[in-house]
Design a protein around this ligand. Sequence first.
Ligand code: GLP
Length: 241
Amino acid sequence: MEIIRVKDYETMSKKASEIVADRVKTLENPILGLATGSTPEGMYRYLIEKYQAGEVSFKSAKSFNLDEYIGLSADDKNSYNYYMFDKFFNHVDILKENVNLPNGTATDLKQACLDYDQKIKDAGGIDIQVLGIGVNGHIGFNEPGTPFTMRTHVVDLTESTRQANSIYFSSLDEVPTQAFTMGIGTIMESKEIILLAYGESKANAIAQMLKGEVTEDLPASILKNHPNVTVIADEKALSLV
Ligand code: GLP
């Protein structure tokens, strides 16, 4: 696991965008694993700048997002689908048909999970997966206690995660109680992973991930068993390491 210590959010975002842009340029048909949340927003901003400057094109790229709320339609402002188009896809040349997120309004949830995993497999697997980290060490929506072998599945969100994500909703009641998430098994099959973290609220999770044992109680700890992980974190997120 390589750790890149940066001074702040902007530097983290820039560094992440450089790594992703490099893989997009190098690989013939890059398969990107993408994340939502406040953490990768800056990275998307820098990637858009690179695209506008003619430095990178996403025309041959495919993307798979980590997770999506169940019950929110693609055009719901709080859906991850909406976030991705608003913050990234609408501003670059990725083809709409190459963009994949779990379908938040699917009726057969089990089948939707199987289909999503199959699509990733058919695409040849994820080349580079971008991850944020939850304050409790979750990745995607894999909450503490999730078996490491899980594939894409439906999760009941913990109260702390709903609370943390409620800032985007007008009230806590509106935050969905369930979500689709790629499982740890799916995430660990990515050829390369970059995990981004900034701010004090992540310091505890980052310290546990780096210094503690590999345990399902801290989902991100499994990343220590992956051969190609880069953590890009700012000084605050690394303050307890
Ligand atoms: C959510 C997402 C995760 C994300 C995490 C941290 O629960 N499902 O993919 O990494 O929150 O979010 P933020 O980047 O806003 O701190």
